[in-house]
Design a protein around this ligand. Structure first.
Ligand SMILES: Nc1ncnc2c1ncn2[C@@H]1O[C@H](COP(=O)(O)OP(=O)(O)OP(=O)(O)O)[C@@H](O)[C@H]1O
Ligand SMILES: [Mg+2]
Length: 325
């Protein structure tokens, strides 16, 4: 999945006049702005559009109320993305007065470039179709391609069993179940492959774990438990983990998620740490079609060719401005 554009209306701090983020204008960009300007809201908008879930809102029921801009009665997100050489458009609306959601999915037709609806009978059916087309569930997405603010340790802090499950979903092992139904021959291959992957994952997750895998290596070459690292150090470990997981997603043969998002975390880093992280992002760029780094640190934006500045006006809400260096 590669984002193309995002249009928000009355979503969190964004106002009634729609703000649009055009992803076509950049490959790698930094989203900047002071605290509370609406940076993380951009990510919430993407996940809410695709799955009806966001950082503080993980159930689809009335929780959308929390995302609706205070004082407004209806919010909407339009999110366009490319997936497997097709272009899709998702429109999700929420009416606060009626506490009702409306969801549409469209695919662009090649012959005349017009969008044709793939919207199902009801919300649930359309949601299933979006999840199927994107090829990922919300949880897998925020454990890989999106490092969400305050949840950067989401992957590292999971139990070995849960980590194995996430890896299995990233590797899309479930796909091989479907192959079994299709042909015995292919099933045998798939099962062999699955066994191989599961063995590898089981070796990672269960005992006996080689001593050096019980923690991460510090600058003295000593292995220590993850919990003993400082906030800034832990972020670096999580950063490395996420880059590796996102790389897996980006190179998967079927549904590729060719985007990487890092929301905050740089705030805890010293200047050398920031320099290393920026270098690492530069080195990994070719794996992704979109890289978005979010920060409130003014100096960090200079390290990126494009930055998107967010300002907030008391009446009209958050506004986006794309600046080329
Ligand atoms: N329903 C809502 N209506 C209006 N404003 C909201 C609503 N929900 C959240 N906000 C506000 O939207 C603003 C943007 O939030 P967001 O999380 O995007 O900030 P941010 O730019 O990422 O800030 P930080 O640098 O602190 O992480 C915040 O001021 C938040 O309080
Ligand atoms: Mg934020």
């Amino acid at each position: 999945m590669v984002p193309v554009y995002l249009r928000l209306k009355n979503f969190m701090s964004y106002g009634a006049k729609a703000s649009t983020l055009d992803f076509k204008q950049f490959h790698t960009a930094c989203l900047s702005g002071d605290n509370g300007r609406g940076k993380s809201a951009i990510l919430d908008a993407v996940t809410w559009a695709l799955w009806g879930k966001a950082r503080k809102v993980t159930s689809q029921s009335s929780a959308a109320q929390g995302l609706l801009r205070i004082g407004a009665s209806e919010m909407s997100i339009e999110f366009v993305f490319d997936q497997q050489a097709e272009r899709y458009r998702v429109i999700r609306l929420y009416n606060g007065d009626k506490n009702k959601q409306h969801l549409e999915l469209h695919m662009r037709r090649r012959k005349d470039q017009r969008y044709v609806p793939l919207t199902g009978q009801g919300l649930r059916e359309t949601q299933q179709e979006i999840t199927r087309r994107v090829g990922l569930e919300y949880d897998t997405f925020i454990n890989s391609a999106m490092l969400l603010q305050g949840r950067s340790d989401e992957f590292a802090s999971k139990t070995p069993g849960e980590r194995k499950e996430i890896l299995a979903r990233i590797l899309n092992l479930g796909k091989y179940e479907a192959l079994r139904a299709m042909a015995q021959e292919r099933v045998r291959d798939a099962q062999n492959y699955r066994r191989h992957v599961e063995d590898t994952l089981a070796r990672l997750a269960a005992e006996p774990i080689p001593r050096q895998n019980r923690g991460s290596q510090d600058e003295l070459g000593k292995y220590r438990a993850y919990e003993t690292y400082s906030g800034g150090e832990a972020f670096r470990i999580n950063f490395a983990l996420r880059i590796a997981l996102s790389q897996l997603l980006a190179t998967r043969r079927d549904t590729q998620i060719r985007m990487l998002v890092i929301d905050e975390g740089f705030g805890m880093q010293d200047p050398i740490g920031i320099q290393h992280l920026v270098q690492a992002i530069g080195m990994m760029k070719s794996y992704f079609d979109k890289v978005l780094v979010i920060t409130h640190l003014g100096e960090l934006k200079e390290a990126f060719p494009v930055h998107i500045e967010i300002r907030k006006h008391a009446v009209t809400g958050s506004q986006l401005k794309l600046v080329h260096a």
